[in-house]
Design a protein around this ligand. Structure first.
Ligand SMILES: Cc1cc2nc3c(=O)[nH]c(=O)nc-3n(C[C@H](O)[C@H](O)[C@H](O)COP(=O)(O)OP(=O)(O)OC[C@H]3O[C@@H](n4cnc5c(N)ncnc54)[C@H](O)[C@@H]3O)c2cc1C
Length: 455
């Protein structure tokens, strides 16, 4: 075999598995192959002047390359089994938490030292939420920020580059089972390895589907989360974000008893476009560096939908809704909350006059023409519920960007080693459907690396 281990995908899952492999055995021959660019060459062309919206680069520099989808993310590493994936269902709760803490230790020794670890433990906010029919999820969160996250990635790459063969701009097309291992066929080469770790994230979802079909690996449909990104003056949420940084709050709607939850909170942050397989949705991040902070906080409000019978394609449903917003707005739509509840679209004039200054240039429009009634009703109810713990949330000038869609990969059938039915073929990270966060994806990488080392 030419390689002991080939890792497909240089996102957090791939990076931390490569790190752990060569740390555990420096003689291992390991290659990491990614369809995207090396870290320093990753650059989204949107500059707000000449290129204002997504032009659909292939590969997308936001989602692909060293660091994966996490490279320009807010770098919030949530240490919890309560959300971010179902890793603990495969490897056990204690092991999952211990691996997430280990990843935190790696980050702290590679440039993250000095960043703050927030925690819900002992906070009064839990009670405040409870008496207002909201539930605060338990977690510790390390906020690296987009800037420090980048430094950590740079340091990890520099430490590994002489021990691991990194191959960029080389999409893997096929994986074949051969005697004693696997053949990994890329756009440029055909490579053989004894063990193969597939960690291709959201951007590799369609490809993983093909691999599973090809190799007859069972899959299960997963849910999709649909909603909006809320942006408001940071002061409104400061009592929550100063203590917890990110609060994951769940609300059960009175009308339909649906759960609506906050997701990816970015104090003093910016709202950004996200491009998944050509569909433009919205996301957000923030910086650790105070000089780069804005006056606003943003977070998503999401409702989960999971279709099983006869329609199974939850992601297809989410894509359809995102396409509708792209059709009406040419990309992401922005609307004042006051316009939404008055049943009128926002226009440029109203957005210009708005007290909340938008951090993303999006097309003013009407989200009620995009989001299904049930989802929109739930979001409106949740905004009023949040207004009880953070007065001002339901102000007319609160901005809603749509749509935010969290696609989840279908769940690949793996055992409690995260190994498929083929010994030595591991599927980890967001691409496996097991994880959907930086901490869980990274922990799954360390877990399989140790499994390989132990064998
Ligand atoms: C803007 C943004 C902000 C986010 N913020 C946070 C946050 O603050 N906290 C948090 O927990 N999560 C956040 N997330 C989610 C987080 O980034 C992901 O959960 C995490 O990156 C998943 O890691 P992964 O290794 O599984 O996959 P990814 O990071 O998606 O990496 C997969 C890699 O595989 C490569 N690939 C795909 N297909 C192929 C192929 N066929 N051949 C070769 N290479 C391939 C891709 O190019 C990519 O580099 C954010 C995501 C985005 C987009």
């Amino acid at each position: 075999m030419k390689y002991d281990v080939i890792i497909v995908g240089a996102g957090p899952g791939g990076i931390y598995s490569a790190y752990e492999l060569v740390k555990g055995n420096k003689d291992l021959k390991v290659a990491v192959i990614d369809m995207g660019n090396s870290l320093e060459k990753r650059k989204c062309p949107i500059d707000g002047k000449h290129i204002k919206t997504c032009i659909g680069c292939k590969p997308c520099s936001i989602m692909s390359g060293f660091g994966g989808a996490g490279a320009f993310s807010d770098g919030k590493y949530n240490i919890t089994n309560d959300f971010g994936g179902t890793l603990c269902e495969y490897i056990g709760k204690e092991e999952a938490i211990s691996l997430m803490e280990y990843v935190d230790h790696i980050n702290m020794t590679h440039g993250g030292e000095g960043t703050k670890l927030y925690s819900t433990a002992g906070s009064d906010i839990t009670r405040l939420c409870m008496i207002n029919k909201l539930k605060l999820m338990n977690a510790s969160v390390r906020h690296l920020g987009t800037d420090i996250n980048f430094v950590v990635l740079e340091n990890l790459y520099n430490e590994m580059k002489d021990k691991v063969e990194f191959r960029f701009l080389e999409p893997v097309q096929k994986i074949e089972i051969i005697d004693g291992g696997f053949k990994v066929i890329t756009s440029k080469d055909s490579l053989e390895c004894e063990k193969c770790i597939v960690s291709v994230g959201r951007s590799g979802s369609k490809w993983v589907e093909e691999v599973c079909k090809d190799l007859d690996i069972d899959t299960l449909s997963n849910r999709v989360d649909i909603g909006v990104r809320v942006e408001l003056p940071a002061r409104i949420f400061a009592h929550l974000t100063d203590t917890l940084y990110e609060s994951k709050i769940v609300y059960r709607t009175e009308k339909f008893e649906d759960n609506v939850r906050t997701f990816c909170m970015n104090p003093y942050g910016i709202v950004v476009n996200e491009n998944t397989n050509g569909i433009v949705t919205v996301n957000g991040h923030s910086f650790e560096d105070p000089a780069q902070r804005t006056e606003n906080t943003n977070f998503a409000l999401l409702v989960s939908k999971h279709f099983t019978e006869p329609f199974k394609d939850s992601n297809g449903y989410g894509e359809g809704i995102a396409r509708l917003s792209n059709m009406l707005g040419g990309g992401v739509i922005v609307q004042r909350f006051g316009d939404l509840i008055r049943g009128r679209r926002s226009n440029h004039k109203r957005i210009e006059e708005c007290f909340t200054r938008p951090t993303l240039q999006a097309e003013p429009g009407d989200l009620s023409l995009v989001l299904p009634k049930r989802i929109l009703d739930g979001i409106i109810e949740m905004i009023y519920a949040l207004d009880r713990i953070a007065p001002g949330t339901a102000n007319d000038d609160t901005l809603l960007y749509g749509v935010e869609v969290k696609f989840y990969n279908m769940q690949v059938k793996v055992d409690n080693h995260l190994e498929t039915k083929y010994k030595g073929l591991y599927m980890i990270g967001d691409g496996s459907g097991v994880t959907h966060s930086l901490s869980h994806a990274s922990a799954s990488g360390v877990f399989v690396a140790r499994d390989i080392l132990n064998n």
